[in-house]
Each structure stands twice: as structure tokens, then as C-alpha cells.
Write a protein that binds this ligand. Sequence first.
Ligand SMILES: *Cc1c(COP(=O)(O)O)cnc(C)c1O
Length: 420
Amino acid sequence: MRDETLCLHAGYTPKNSEPRVVPIVQSTTYVYDSTEEVASVFDEPTKSLIYSRFANPTVMAVEQKIAELEGGVGAMCTSSGQAATLLSILNICSAGDSFISTTEIYGGTFNLFAVTLKRMGIECIFIDKNWSDEEISKAFKPNTKAVFGETIANPALTVFDIERFARIAHAHNVPLIIDNTFATPVLCKPIDFGADIVIHSTSKYLDGHAVQVGGVIVDSGNFDWTNGKFPDFTEPDDSYHGITYVGTYGKAAYIIKARMQLMRDFGVYPAAHSAFLLNLGLETLAVRMQRYCENAITVAKFLEANENVASIRYPGLENDIDHELAKKYLKGTSGVISFVIKGGKETAMKFMNSLKLASNEVHVADIRTCVLHPASETHRQLTDEQLVAAGIDPGLIRFSVGLENIEDILDDIKQAFAAL
Ligand SMILES: *Cc1c(COP(=O)(O)O)cnc(C)c1O
């Protein structure tokens, strides 16, 4: 089935007289007739449901839908995008390991990698994605276990050369993890280009309506965990009476290990009600993404030609430095634009305060147009050098184009420029 159809039908197929819409199973637990049956579920936790800290039917329907949209063998939802990023790394790296990431990533991810994981003994080696293959290869150490990048970087809006980084990662026998939040599987399927693990903040386009915070990890099933670098996948897990993940679960080893070990121990699983809301958003994802792309290119062209704009990033613009990569990887360039306003930080804040329709909020990829000033808001913890490395100018405004009528969005921008 194609994306529009998967968005509506994947993950839940009601049988005779069952509810048409995926039901909200708001229950922490599941009953069994005998202790023997409970024991057998503990022996084989993927066989049946035990406890909603790590599996729930409503959430599982959404997991199945997202796995099918991304072309993976399985998915696991988390209670936030941050939790998805964290678990995607912890499922591979332990204290004493390292992994490689580009600097052009979401601010929260940058902090997780540079500060919190470091405290846990996991080193993130930051690289510039414009380095040559040789320079990037030099950054690998014997303990390097993964490579990380964002399809369309938030907020830098650079496009990641997924095939190139998959080739480099695989040459070093490690998986490539892609944060596909801004592209969504409707505009890009990273697994088709060699990515091994795909993650999302579902708080953004997948939900779209800004009603739930969530994340998801998708496993392509393609990575070979038996190459000697990943003993946790091939040696017996004592916390499950000696099963081996690759031996027992084959292609789904990564995602089942994430659930059985990490979700069991950390419990960052979404509530059934959140998954229900996420599913409502997913049902219209394909139609919404098309309109976001149409509205955003119109706004981008308007801004590009405007005298108040010093520079603009939108990979859909022909002059954008990543336009060729966008043509290769993306069916559309999504709804987020970043531009640097002339006059720096003060002017940026004045412009933002003058907008009437677009709302000033710490969110992006909403159904409603919203704006953010990274230097004074989300990225305020970064030093000036880190801001530059992340591609963020003090006058940079992130403009997330919504689904309002395009003329109303343009009118709002015009009146805010007039107010400067
Ligand atoms: C928002 C975001 C995250 C973090 O997700 P939360 O749901 O806010 O925890 C991670 N990556 C990207 C690209 C994001 O935009």
C-alpha cells in the first residue's frame, strides 16, 4: 500500500463487529487465567501483554503504522523525542563507548550528546558533515558504535547526505541512526537510502496538532549485529535467562532488545491516550505534508526576495546550498524555513513580537504557523561558538509554516516587516 493508505489503515484491522477506530486501551495491566500462563509470558515477553510500562495495544497499533510507513521491521514509541534519541543510542552504546554525530542537530539532542551522555561515560564525537570521507573516517575510534544525523536539521535546515554517511558507517561496521522528524516518512524514507535506525519526535509533524509529546524508534532490520562489535546482541542476556537477541529475534533484534531491556528498565512509554491522539494526526499526515510543502515554498520565495532578509535557508529554494541533496532525498522540503533578519537579535525579537497570526512558541511543525528565535529561546544554553557550529546566527528566525490560507500567512509577515 502507498503512504496515504498506510496512514489510514496500517496497524489496526478490526474484525467483525470490533470498533472501526483503534480503541484506547487505558489499562496498566492484562489478566491471565493461571500463574502458569503469566510465567510463560515472562519467559517470552513478546508473546503477549504484561504491563503498560513497555507495551500496550493502542500504542502498538501506532508503532506498527509508523514501522510500515518507514519500511522497518518494527517500532517502539517513547514518551518524548528526547527519550527516543536517548534509547536509540543506549541500545548500542555503554559507558566507555563512543559514537559520531554531525553538529547540525536539534538543540536538545546536542545537549543530550555533549553533556548528559558524556556524564554517563558515552562520548559523542562531533564532526562537520562537510568534511571529506577521509576526514570523517579519521574521527572513528575502535570503541565507536554508531553514526547519527538529521534528514533535515532542526533548525539549521541542512539536508543530510544519508547514502554517503550510510556508506561510511557501514565501512566501519556500525549502524547509521537518522532523526527523520522534519521530513517524516512521507517526504523521505531514510531506510531506502541505507539508514539502519530511524527515530522521530512524534510531537512534530507526525502528530501535527500539538496535542501530545512523543517519540518513536524504527528498526530497519538490515544491520548485521553479528560482526563482532556488538556482543550485547549476540551474547546471552542474564536478565532474560540467557536469551540472545539476534539468535531469538533475528532481524528484529534491535527493536526487541530496546523494549525488553531499556523500556522495561526506564519506562518511558507513552500513555494509550497519547498514542490515540498521535494516530489521529498520522491519519492525515500524507495530505498535510503536501500542503506544508506548498505553503512553505511560497513563503520562502517571498522572504528570499524581501529587503529585510539577510539570508534564508529552505532546501526547496533553487539557490539553497543543499537543493541538490533535497532533490535526491526529499519528495518535498517540508514546512520549516529559517532566515536571518537584517539587524540581528534585537530586530529579530521585534519582528517576532509584531506577528499577529503566527504564534511565538517553543514548538515547530504545528498545524498552525509558529515562529521561534533560537538564539534567545531554545538554544540559549549554547556558547557563541556552539551556535555557529550548529548553524545558528543571532538574527536567525525559525518560521514553521502552517496550514492557514497562504495569503493570510503572507499578510502577517508583511505587516510585521512594516512594523520594524
Ligand atoms: C523536537 C525534536 C526532538 C525532541 O523531541 P521532543 O518530542 O521534544 O522530546 C528531537 N529531534 C528533532 C529534530 C526535533 O525537532
